[in-house]
Write a protein that binds this ligand. Sequence first.
Ligand code: SF4
Length: 172
Amino acid sequence: MDILISACLLGYACRYDGKDNYIENFFEKHKDINFIKICPEVESGMTTPRRPSEIKNNKVFDNLNNDNTDFFEKGANIALKRALDNNIKVALLKSKSPSCGKGLIYDGSFTKTLIKGDGFTARLLKNKGIQVFTEKELDDFDNYIKIFKSKLWFSNIWLNFIKKSLILFDIY
Ligand code: SF4
């Protein structure tokens, strides 16, 4: 099973401040998942480290008021392409980021104030029907994966049953 993941959650030091957001004690439980990484900001051409950016009025500015919206839109499209190319249905993204955040983001004042909203990448993935979780929702993610796998198991059993029935039908 392939899951798209924010590269910083995998331990890549691609955050604006050159650090990572590695999730401790998580990947050991999910050794059968193929995590496919994406860092929309770095892959759109931004450097690391870089100035922090926040969303305001559907545009993205850094803390010197430079407009970085084009980078964030480009990064979101790169993430979507990676998901579509790999037939990915689920993404695990970093909360609160102006790219990867889902549900809550900073309000553009650089005062650590959170408001409802999604980062550019999370929003685009959600709009295209991809199920998005953040590292703040790991229990929900685990439950979703469990259900997904059991559905897959049942559909494989069913497919095998049909195949065997068809073979028998051909024989008789
Ligand atoms: S853009 Fe996403 S993957 Fe890249 S550092 Fe920010 S939160 Fe992590």
